[in-house]
Design a protein around this ligand. Structure first.
Ligand code: AMP
Ligand code: ZN
Length: 112
């Protein structure tokens, strides 16, 4: 299995954990783009948001709730941004569905 995030989930590759439960794992991004930059991933390998079929609806909701819960725990009361890069034109570089939680600085719009 060659997926880097699957290897992080099974501890083959080390990471800095932020939150975990039976469905999701969250860890610090290795190349942070903001003072808080956390990746939230499903334990199950799903290649991208586009590959999450109807059976994953509850899991997708759980991923989003997890991101908000981490933001609350990290004290991001002034706001934050959730990003889900999807596919080549979406800027996705790791083909395992993940949410970016970015916070701790003002964000600009539109993103590049
Ligand atoms: P994306 O470009 O949306 O696919 O995001 C992939 C993210 O994974 C990037 O922000 C990378 O910095 C991050 N990343 C890649 N490898 C690792 C790793 N071993 N540990 C933590 N974050 C990683
Ligand atoms: Zn994977």
């Amino acid at each position: 299995m060659s997926c880097v995030f699957c290897k992080i989930i099974d501890s083959t590759i080390p990471s800095t954990p932020v939150f975990q439960d039976d469905l999701v794992y969250a860890f610090a991004d290795i190349n942070p783009k903001a003072p808080v930059h956390v990746l939230i991933v499903p334990r199950e390998h799903i290649g991208s948001l586009d590959q999450a079929d109807e059976s994953k609806r509850a899991l997708l909701g759980h991923l989003l709730w997890t991101a908000a819960e981490i933001a609350r725990k990290k004290g991001l009361a002034n706001g934050y941004r959730i990003v889900v890069n999807t596919g080549a034109e979406g800027g996705q570089t790791v083909d395992h569905l993940h949410l970016h939680l970015l916070g701790g600085r003002g964000m600009t719009w539109p993103p590049g």
